[in-house]
Ligand binder design. Structure first.
Ligand code: FE2
Length: 286
């Protein structure tokens, strides 16, 4: 028995590489975060030249790469690819065309800070064996009705590489996530497969490149659908392949995610996310 998770839950996380924990956060806290995210989106709308668009394979496109590459210490808005018409104009109000906010709300905004740092989260991190967890990035994902894009199969270790591998995703359903509105899917036991690619900065540090370590695609026929009611926490091992479909429904699918790494692991200086001026902190508020 852990401090928060049961032995059965821990075993399931070890076996599958993911764990769905319903009722982890109250509806009230989810709605408070949702409201704050909408406000931050309004406050941080970038100029059209700065606006970054996200494609399904997670690459920033048509944009100043700098806006993305320096977002590790900022609160920034990233847009859906379908948010723009043929002439490059936004089809909807900016706050309705967003793909996500990233990547330091947990350190820069008090509402996100307190949502991201609770005794329950600290207990879960300790239960799964994280000795010195530090919060590396936060993302608020809008997955808007009709335009919310798919996220193709990937592992988080690919993007947040540490040696040894240590990243864990803490994903929260802020709205109900269903098969209809683009819930996550993950490959049970897939965390035991070697991670097949690594994204890193190029030599001039002006863009990211993907090193393919194994070109074999992940087997996708055994994926498990991770439907999740509002307030559910989904834990994801950094090596477990996961994806989510586009949201073709008329319901939003907001989610919040934190990625934590082991503070003692080596963090390469060619990872895209660098925090030269903002120190990393753990799960406790003070
Ligand atoms: Fe991911």
């Amino acid at each position: 028995m852990g401090k928060y998770l049961t032995e059965g839950q821990l075993q399931s996380f070890r076996d599958d590489g993911f764990l769905v924990v319903p009722n982890f956060v109250s509806d009230q806290h989810c709605l408070q975060l949702r409201e704050r995210a909408m406000k931050l989106a309004e406050l941080h709308v970038p100029s059209p030249e700065e606006a970054t668009v996200f494609t399904a394979d997670g690459k920033p496109q048509h944009t100043s790469d700098d806006y993305f590459l320096t977002s590790g210490e900022q609160i920034r808005c990233f847009f859906e690819k379908d948010a723009f018409d043929e002439d490059g104009n936004l089809r909807a109000e900016p706050h309705l065309a967003l793909n996500k906010l990233g990547h330091a709300m947990h350190d820069l905004d008090p509402v996100f800070d307190s949502f991201s740092r609770t005794p329950e989260l600290a207990a879960v991190a300790s239960d799964i064996g994280m000795r010195d967890p530090v919060l590396l990035q936060s993302m608020y994902i809008f997955k808007q009705p009709h335009i919310g894009g798919e996220v193709t199969c990937h592992t988080d270790h690919t993007y947040l590489w540490t040696e040894p591998q240590s990243v864990v995703g803490f994903w929260f359903a802020i709205d109900d996530a269903t098969n209809e509105n683009g819930c996550m899917w993950a490959l049970p036991g897939g965390h035991r497969l070697p991670v097949r690619s690594r994204s890193r900065l190029n030599e001039s540090r002006t863009a990211t490149v993907m090193d393919v370590l194994d070109p074999e695609p992940y087997p996708l026929d055994n994926l498990q659908c991770l439907e999740a009611k509002r307030g559910t926490l989904v834990l994801l091992d950094g090596a477990v392949p996961h994806l989510s479909a586009a949201n073709t429904s008329d319901k939003p699918r907001h989610a919040y995610t934190i990625h934590a790494i082991d503070g003692a692991a080596r963090y390469p200086d060619d990872n895209w996310l660098q925090r030269p001026t903002l120190p990393l902190r753990g799960f406790s508020l003070n």
